[in-house]
Ligand binder design. Structure first.
Ligand SMILES: Nc1nc2c(ncn2[C@@H]2O[C@H](COP(=O)(O)OP(=O)(O)OP(=O)(O)O)[C@@H](O)[C@H]2O)c(=O)[nH]1
Ligand SMILES: O=C([O-])CC(=O)C(=O)O
Ligand SMILES: [Mn+2]
Length: 622
């Protein structure tokens, strides 16, 4: 196919350019791209500009450079070929939600769950911090595609960054190829993203300072301009803050594009499930950060006859296809997964994926030059260098790997990757799952009565805070659609958008379920073994889609009837099943009060259909 014949996505860049912005003109062609790169280079004053082409040769050159600069440690190639360890600054280990801004023209469009700043004020602030911010450094230009290059659900972007670690990571996490430039030259739209670690090596008086292993800045900005589809990130080198294709573009900016164009950009894994009868199904599931997406995406079923293959572990873009069904792509090309808790008994597929060609961040270093983290083996090694670079022994009394330590690895390297994982036009979705980390109340699995009830379940996801973002771990927080930190517009409008998408899908809409692997008994231990055993829940879900499994109607949804969930060979605590599915009237009524309080934060923007769902839930509980 020639470039001229490739189907282009129909995204327009912002209609109302804000004056004095460096990157808000409608961009068409390589000349515009080059002009924009020049403009940012004039602002940030790097020593040189390098176009990164994503090739193995260039990746190799940059990792060698990073090793020479002391920014990456090469792992022992005998255990972990072509793999590296990065240690961040201890203050730069997770997404910074309080420094993440949605700068829509209208504050109401950002909504009460986003930090809003007036766009021109923010632009002025950004110009100040970015001025000269790349002095003494190299500016990398990284053109990338989210999704198969030129695909009907795919989008293009360009990231400018002064971090080689970020450029290489982006090369793993997205498709960085010359084809992207060819599409841009042919006029395809692209999203402009600028990143600086905020650690210039030369000051205003021409004084040079030495670089550090993890340059960053105490002042951080993660800024999205939804109308002009732009991203500016300053002061952090950590994944979710710095690999702008991921959360900033594929969720915050893409969710706005999706709202405007009638599709969905969601914080979801995608899997292909094959039943013992050989029938294939595709499921998409939204769980908040560090609540089990990567684990479910790589599930090895404990029950015979079933297989689960990976399509994506974090982000899904979904669009109604020509056949009327909802089709999904994984816009990413790699995994940026949580290391702790990843071991042979929990996620053997991930362990096998990480055999080489991996960048680890903030895990511990073994004396033999390999890596370790809590959960990789039952017994920790006798001695390690911890994520801060300090000596560690099992009685040090602190974790050796940071709880949010991560691996960056190519999706193609996953042994369980599905053959259709990079299908040009995506895969048809049969079921959507919503889940959170709830010690109480929420049952192991339930089915929504219909799409509208499903949207209510998505809108009311709540979860105990994890280490994936700065904040108090364990506190309960509302995380609608697992998108609280990632929705680029008013969350209540997002619910309305989901309802509208459901209307369009009609009878072709996927079935919707809610799951919770994390319910605890009175003694504080998990009631459900989780991980591989979650296949039993997947089986019930597939049987429900096929109309083969029974369910009982309860006020909160349809629960499996006794014996429909295969528990054969499971060693559950006495009463565990009862406790996993108990619907306690009083605590659910209290939950309703919390939901109403939460809805009230959005005032009149909450879709009446969701208020009606809440009223109906209360009515049936009483
Ligand atoms: N008890 C229990 N823990 C689980 C289960 N699945 C995942 N976990 C744990 O949850 C943590 C995070 O899991 P991930 O699969 O990495 O979470 P994620 O949703 O992909 O996280 P992000 O990459 O931050 O979006 C790990 O410590 C896992 O061991 C489960 O079924 N049961
Ligand atoms: O974005 C990140 O830093 C990692 C991630 O997947 C999440 O937090 O959901
Ligand atoms: Mn995530």
């Amino acid at each position: 196919m020639s470039i001229a014949e490739l189907p282009f996505t129909d995204t327009e860049r912002g209609a109302d350019p804000v004056p004095e912005s460096a990157a808000d003109r409608p961009a068409h062609g390589l000349d515009d791209l080059r002009a924009w790169v020049d403009e940012i280079a004039a602002l940030t004053e790097p020593d040189e500009v390098v176009w990164y082409d994503g090739s193995l040769r260039e990746a190799d050159r940059l990792t060698k450079l990073l090793v020479a600069e002391g920014k990456l440690i090469r792992l022992n190639p005998e255990w972990r070929p072509n793999s590296f360890l990065a240690r961040t600054d201890p203050g730069d280990v997770a997404r910074v939600e309080d420094r993440t801004f949605i700068c829509s023209d209208d504050e109401q469009d950002a909504g009460p769950t986003n930090n809003w700043r007036e766009p021109s004020t923010m632009r002025a602030e950004l110009r100040e911090v970015f001025a000269g911010s790349m002095r003494g450094r190299t500016l990398y230009v990284v053109p990338f595609s989210m999704g198969p290059v030129g695909g009907p659900i795919s989008q293009l972007g360009v990231q400018l960054t002064d971090s080689a670690y970020v450029a290489v990571s982006l090369g793993t996490m997205t498709r960085v190829t010359d084809d992207v430039l060819a599409l841009i030259d042919a006029g395809a739209p692209w999203v402009a993203t600028v990143h600086s670690v905020g650690y210039p090596l030369v000051d205003d008086h021409d004084h040079r300072r030495d670089d550090v292993a993890w340059p960053c800045n105490e002042t951080k900005y993660i800024v999205q301009f939804p109308e002009t589809r732009e991203i500016w990130s300053y002061g952090s080198g950590y994944g979710g803050n710095a690999i702008l294709a991921k959360k900033c573009f594929a969720l915050r900016i893409a969710s706005v594009m999706a709202r405007d164009e009638g599709w969905l950009a969601e914080h979801m894994l995608i899997v292909k499930v094959t039943s013992p009868e050989g029938r294939a199904y595709h499921l998409a599931a939204a769980f908040p950060s560090a609540c089990g997406k990567t684990n479910l995406a790589m599930l090895r079923p404990s029950i015979p006859g079933w297989t689960v293959e990976t399509i994506g572990d974090d982000i899904a873009w979904l669009r109604q296809g020509p056949d009327g069904r909802l089709r999904a792509i994984n816009p990413e090309a790699g995994f940026f997964g949580v290391a702790p808790g990843t071991g042979p008994s929990t996620n053997a597929t991930a362990v096998d994926t990480l055999w080489g060609n991996t960048i680890f961040t903030n895990v511990a270093l073994r004396d033999d030059g390999d890596v370790w983290w809590e959960g990789l083996t039952e017994q920790p090694p006798a001695h390690l260098i911890d994520w801060r670079g300090e000596d560690w022994t099992p009685d040090s009394g602190r974790p050796a790997a940071h709880p949010n330590s991560r691996f960056t690895v190519s999706a193609a390297q996953c042994p369980a990757i599905a053959d259709d994982w990079d299908a040009f036009d995506g895969v048809p979705i049969d079921a959507i799952l919503f889940g959170g980390r709830r010690a109480t109340n929420v049952p192991l699995v339930s089915q929504a009565r219909d799409w509208r009830h499903g949207v209510f379940l998505g809108a009311t996801i709540s979860s105990e805070q994890t280490a994936a973002a700065e904040g108090t771990v364990g506190e309960l927080r509302r995380d609608p659609f697992a998108m609280l930190p990632f929705c680029g517009y008013n969350m209540a409008d997002h619910w309305g958008h989901w309802l509208a998408v459901g209307e369009k899908l009609g009878g072709d809409a996927p079935a919707v379920f809610q799951v919770n692997w994390f319910r605890k008994g009175d003694d504080g231990s998990y009631l459900w073994p989780g991980f591989a055993e979650n296949a039993r829940v997947i089986e019930w879900i597939v049987r429900r889609i096929e109309g083969e499994a029974g369910a009982v109607q309860t006020p909160i949804g349809r629960l499996p009837i006794a014996d429909e969930l295969d528990l054969d060979g499971l060693d559950l605590a006495p009463d565990a099943v009862d406790a996993l599915f108990r619907v306690d009237q009083d605590s659910w009524l209290a939950e309703c009060d919390l939901t109403e309080e939460f809805f009230d934060r959005f005032g009149g923007r909450v879709p009446p259909a969701l208020r009606a769902e809440l009223a109906s839930l209360r009515y049936h509980l009483r």
